[in-house]
Design a protein around this ligand. Sequence first.
Ligand code: UDP
Ligand code: MN
Length: 258
Amino acid sequence: PPPTIFVITPTYARLVQKAELTRLSQTFLHVPQLHWIVVEDSPHKTPLVSDLLMKSGLTYTHLHMPTAKDRKLQEGDPSWLKPRGVEQRNEGLRWLREDRRAQPGSDNQQGVVYFADDDNTYSLQIFEEMRNTQRVSVWPVGLVGGMKYERPVVEGGKVVRFHTGWRPSRPFPMDMAGFAVSLKLVLNNPEACFDGEAPMGFLESSFLQGLVTMDELEPKADNCTKVLVWHTRTEKPKMKREEALQAQGLGSDPAVEV
Ligand code: UDP
Ligand code: MN
């Protein structure tokens, strides 16, 4: 069988959550050998996510890990103030390391790990690009960092620098959606994780720094010339009418799951 892609997705309760997870799960249904690790930012697993996963038809693991209160972005905070999904991605890594240790056999180290936020847009092609990652593979990400795209710049088959709008001197100035790591590398570096205290923009670097050097990066997507994943963001729906009706006792039925 082809190497399994372990996709780690942090997710949190909000009005658009079911829509995001529906879109994502239906993309993943088209990807062979994919194991979805969904980590809820919550003190418990919610029925909405449990039910969606159960009915999804996917191979999945459902976990939860609440973000510590002082690390959580508060209403009104600018979105760049604190990194999001950190404890959840680390919990996904913890589970994966433990689970693989428990799996007997020689192919329990075959595979690749990808961090897929619930609101991005993924082409099916990106999963085939990453599937045979030896250490760390990289590719462009569209609509990110105030740019049309960010990407590693490839010369002679090697990544030599990064096309990014901001602090190109960071060790790995890449978005989360722009790389995948081989399972073997994750297992052989049991301490590697995301550092929630890392300065702004250094979250990806905090994980990759101990794992790989720039010249070891494996460029995918036609030497990083194709955009196959987009850092899309979903607008927060306005609830003005809902609130007005609610005040008159005519709000939408809370028993209807949205
Ligand atoms: N997320 C989370 N808890 C939060 C906020 C976000 O688990 O309090 C998840 C979210 O569902 C997504 C990832 O973390 O999968 C990145 O968050 P977001 O898409 O809001 O970040 P941005 O796109 O603004 O960098
Ligand atoms: Mn996002």
